[in-house]
Ligand binder design. Structure first.
Ligand code: ZN
Length: 77
């Protein structure tokens, strides 16, 4: 019985996550990406590999890859 209850909780969380992901997608689609920063982020959601990318300050979209000089400057900080 407790197994069933925990399964339902997970299902609830999955559906909540779906809703949140949809909301993020909408925000990112409408965003004009006015300002960006270089950040170290996960390559993918299911990955532990960190990569350095230009990320929008407003919506956290990955919008570019820094060039060699920009990368060196970032790493010096
Ligand atoms: Zn943006």
């Amino acid at each position: 019985m407790s197994f069933k209850r925990s399964l339902n909780k997970v299902e609830g969380l999955f559906s909540a996550r779906k809703k949140i992901e949809k909301e993020i997608e909408e925000i990112q689609k409408l965003c004009q990406h006015p300002t960006k920063s270089i950040k170290s982020i996960q390559e993918r959601l299911d990955s532990t590999t960190m990569v350095i990318r230009y990320v929008c300050n407003e919506c956290s979209s990955v919008i570019g890859i820094p060039n060699h000089d920009e990368l060196q400057n970032y790493l010096k900080q």
